[in-house]
Design a protein around this ligand. Structure first.
Ligand code: UDP
Ligand code: MG
Length: 136
């Protein structure tokens, strides 16, 4: 049985700043993801705070929200079979130092905070996060 899903991917400011968006989009395409929607935006800190609300109690929350709103980002709706899990696998571990060879964070990530990409962590959160950026 097929299980086509959509998930949210964000190319974070560190990667956009280094002009890596085409290379990162190629990683998705060569791994059978279709980019259904995409836009380049620059969000306010208040919007980042809303997006990352789940991390509100974490010590890195304020820096994380300042960072995500520090420059342009590319937000995308990705689609493929098991997109949520497959995107998490392709991204690699949160800390690029721990990410496996061949993953996006291993290839492009700089540090745990500047780790180049965001990806939804569950089907439920993917729906919420896609609505956050793409609801008309
Ligand atoms: N993060 C950080 N310091 C930490 C843990 C996380 O700066 O100690 C940042 C990092 O950019 C990460 C984001 O917070 O991507 C969200 O954390 P999460 O645990 O959800 O990791 P992810 O789902 O992005 O792998
Ligand atoms: Mg997460």
């Amino acid at each position: 049985m097929s299980n086509i899903e959509q998930t949210l991917s964000i190319i974070k400011p560190d990667a956009v700043e280094r002009n890596l968006q085409d290379q990162i989009k190629s990683e998705f395409k060569s791994n059978n993801f279709e980019i259904i929607k995409e836009k380049k935006i620059h969000i306010l800190k208040e919007e980042a705070e809303k997006f990352y609300k789940v991390h509100e109690s974490k010590p890195f929350y304020s820096d994380l929200c300042a960072y995500l709103s520090s420059g342009p980002i590319v937000v995308m709706m990705l689609q493929r079979e098991n997109a949520v899990l497959e995107n998490r696998k392709l991204m690699g571990a949160t800390n690029p130092k721990d990410a496996e060879d061949g993953t996006i964070r291993k290839k492009y990530g700089i540090s745990i905070d500047k780790n180049s990409v965001h990806g939804s962590d569950s089907v439920e959160n993917a729906k919420i996060e896609l609505d956050f950026f793409f609801k008309d």
